[in-house]
Design a protein around this ligand. Structure first.
Ligand code: SF4
Length: 442
């Protein structure tokens, strides 16, 4: 039997729910930068894959729920200055001992809105980047798109440049909901962009949806799921709407003097019910659930190399303003201010802002709480990589989660139940070591 959660936990309050990394970001500090530099100047651990994340921080307008470092006011000259700096950053990284002769295993263009750049800007940027750090051998090159910024020739450029996984930020189909939540695109742009991408033969197309955008209801959510199934993407990622601090919505709530987001933000049980419904409909249509947020058309063919590599401890250079990365057992984040980022690169310095060296135990917990989001933990993996029987090491935590109905343990695995999967992020702090439990996560 699942335990009944406290009522106040069920409202969508201000703050983050999603757990993206461990230890929490609030513990990453500038004072740890010497450890970051040391890690970058050391040879890699043999067999560790290397990835590259590139942050393109421009958007047509700011979505009201967005808390990312994005700019909506930069002109073509400023974009050129930024992409020059980004290229310089990749060049500086490419010369470091941590590369150790590795080729890139995965590349991810995220944002912001990478597709905000013109086809010409993208061609130039990607040509320069590939000359410094080729991605011909990469298993996956992902590119995030906002449907309203795509034209056929831009997609042709991306295909030519080796993009293999296109991720379309659809979020919802209803014009009023898109508009009210500050999304810049229109429904017809979604269908047009998807059609072009299919015609161009991108190996994988993902669609992002958000359950619980302001103004959402059951009828419309069902229509969103139906329309997505009809399009037939290779994978669908569904996030549950959060109301982080420092968003337009959170400020609007403060202006109203109201900490209780009453403006038609669904509560957590409703959002979970929407994701549960979507999962069931996708499964009926032949998809499989591959994580707490993702369904895939074919588990064999549809990989998500970026996610799986990161969740299994791969290295990654996080480039661009405010980007996150990890190398040789150290978490890194770049400075999060535009001027500072550009100034550091102008001086030929890596734009590092803060870091955290990660102990083997923290790496183990990190991988465990990330991999559990796939709905399953393979005990043999942790035994062979960390020489730890996680069921024994975290016996009270697993027992509590099993008693509450969120998972089942077997002799060789942990299997997360569907209700457990739908609220997995809420359960993860139980595994945090005590010093990381109290502070704010971000
Ligand atoms: S498109 Fe994405 S990054 Fe840009 S404002 Fe909206 S949510 Fe934020």
């Amino acid at each position: 039997m699942a335990a009944a959660p406290a009522v106040d936990q069920e409202k969508t309050g201000l703050g983050n729910y999603f757990i993206a990394n461990y230890p929490p970001f609030s513990f990453w500090k500038p004072t740890n930068l010497p450890a970051a530099n040391e890690a970058l100047n050391r040879a890699p651990v043999p067999g560790t894959p290397l990835g590259l994340y590139l942050h393109i921080p421009f958007c047509r307008k700011r979505c009201k729920f967005c808390y990312f470092r994005v700019y909506t006011d930069k002109n073509a000259r400023e974009i050129e200055v930024y992409t020059d700096a980004l290229t310089k950053e990749v060049e500086l990284l490419s010369k470091l001992p941590v590369i150790g002769g590795r080729h890139l295993h995965y590349v991810y263009f995220g944002g912001g809105t990478p597709s905000y750049l013109s086809a010409a800007q993208l061609r130039e940027l990607m040509t320069r980047l590939r000359a410094i750090m080729p991605w011909d051998q990469a298993e996956e090159v992902t590119f995030e798109c906002e449907p309203g910024t795509l034209q056929q020739h831009k997609l042709e450029t991306l295909r030519e440049m080796g993009v293999s996984r296109l991720s379309l930020g659809v979020e919802n189909f209803k014009p009023e909901i898109l508009k009210y939540n500050g999304r810049a695109h229109l429904e017809e742009e979604i269908h047009r962009a998807f059609g072009w991408a299919r015609d161009l033969g991108f190996p994988q197309i993902n669609i992002d949806l958000i359950a619980g955008m302001v103004g959402e209801d059951w009828d419309n959510w069902k229509v969103c799921v139906e329309k997505t199934i009809a399009m037939g993407p290779d994978s669908v990622t569904i996030y549950q709407m959060e109301l982080p601090y420092n968003t337009v919505f959170s400020k609007e709530l403060k202006i109203l003097g109201n900490d209780e987001p009453t403006m038609a933000v669904a509560d957590w049980p409703t959002k979970r019910a929407w994701v549960d419904y979507a999962f069931s409909e996708f499964v009926k249509a032949g998809y499989s659930i591959s994580s707490a947020y993702t369904v895939v058309k074919s588990k064999e063919k549809t990989k998500f190399v970026y996610r799986d590599a990161l969740w299994h401890g791969a290295d990654m250079f996080g480039t661009g303003v405010a980007s996150f990365g990890q190398v040789n057992g150290v978490h890194l984040q770049n400075v999060d201010q535009w001027e500072q980022y550009l100034e550091k690169l102008d001086r030929n310095e890596l734009p590092l802002g803060r870091a955290l060296p990660v102990t083997p135990r923290e790496s183990l917990i990190r991988e465990m709480i990330l991999q559990i989001k796939t709905g399953r933990l393979d005990l043999g993996y942790f035994q062979s990589k960390f020489a730890v029987n996680i069921l024994k090491e975290f016996e009270p935590q697993f027992r509590k989660l099993e008693e509450d109905g969120w998972l089942k343990t077997t002799s060789d695995s942990v299997e997360v139940t569907r209700p457990g999967l739908l609220q997995i992020d809420r359960q993860l702090p139980i595994f945090f070591d005590s010093q990381f439990k109290s502070e704010r996560y971000t």
